[in-house]
Ligand binder design. Structure first.
Ligand SMILES: O=c1[nH]c(=O)c2ncn([C@@H]3O[C@H](COP(=O)(O)OP(=O)(O)OP(=O)(O)O)[C@@H](O)[C@H]3O)c2[nH]1
Ligand SMILES: [Mg+2]
Length: 203
């Protein structure tokens, strides 16, 4: 069975990737399986740059194929913030509750029609001796006035998914994996790498 390493320490992302890869018959490992690996500094200016930094760093360490995800929430009324700083928006400790409180506070006086937002995900696929591939996916929605739902992670309880008429945290894991920014990006990767990841080729 092929193994792919997902270069993430985020347990929410890790769970989603493990579930999304089930039909492919690919073994998924994440950096949560390798706690000795130190945090990789995200010094890029874009989601794509950060995804490439994470994927290529881990690919060099393991000498095998690696996918990295750099993602975040883009809020129009906040000029695109928190963007690439989504994980640490309320401080270095990466606290989801504090991040959500900060967004709610900043949008306190912003009307419903002006609360448009989207999740963005860049995936980088790195392989030894090959050029790294990047793809992206988006999910459109708006920021609620209070938390709704308990599934998912991060900003999911505050993110109303236009297409589903529910908050991201009210979706089941399978529903989120049909429509999320991450799922859309992974679908594009699958389209480009059909020879490596194909649902027919389970083994
Ligand atoms: O509600 C959410 N649903 C999502 O589906 C989602 N995807 C991303 N995010 C937010 O964006 C940050 C990523 O930052 P990020 O890509 O640097 O990841 P991270 O630092 O958490 O882990 P790593 O993968 O770098 O190890 C995360 O922490 C979250 O705050 C999401 N929030
Ligand atoms: Mg990060």
């Amino acid at each position: 069975m092929k193994t792919v390493i997902i270069a993430t320490k985020n347990s929410g992302k890790a769970k989603e990737f493990i579930r999304m890869f089930k039909p492919y018959g690919v073994e998924v490992k994440t950096l949560l399986d390798f706690p000795e690996i130190e945090d990789i500094e995200e010094t890029g200016q874009t989601f794509e740059e950060n995804a490439v930094i994470k994927a290529e760093t881990v690919c060099k360490l393991f000498n095998q194929m690696v996918i990295a995800d750099d993602s975040g929430l883009i809020v129009d009324a906040l000029d695109g913030r928190p963007g690439i700083y989504s994980a640490r928006y309320a401080g270095e400790e990466k606290n989801d509750e504090a991040n959500n409180d900060k967004i709610l506070n900043e949008l306190k006086y912003v009307k419903e029609e002006d609360r448009k937002a989207r999740f963005y995900c860049a995936l980088a696929f790195a392989m030894p001796e090959k050029d790294t591939i990047t793809v992206n996916g988006k999910c459109e929605g708006s920021i609620l006035f209070e938390r709704r739902g308990t599934n998912g992670f991060g900003y999911d309880p505050l993110f109303y998914v236009t297409e589903m008429k529910k908050s991201m945290a009210e979706l089941s894991p399978d529903e989120k994996n049909q429509i999320s920014h991450r799922a859309k990006a992974l679908q594009k990767l699958e389209d480009q790498l059909a020879h490596l990841f194909s649902k027919e080729k389970e083994s």
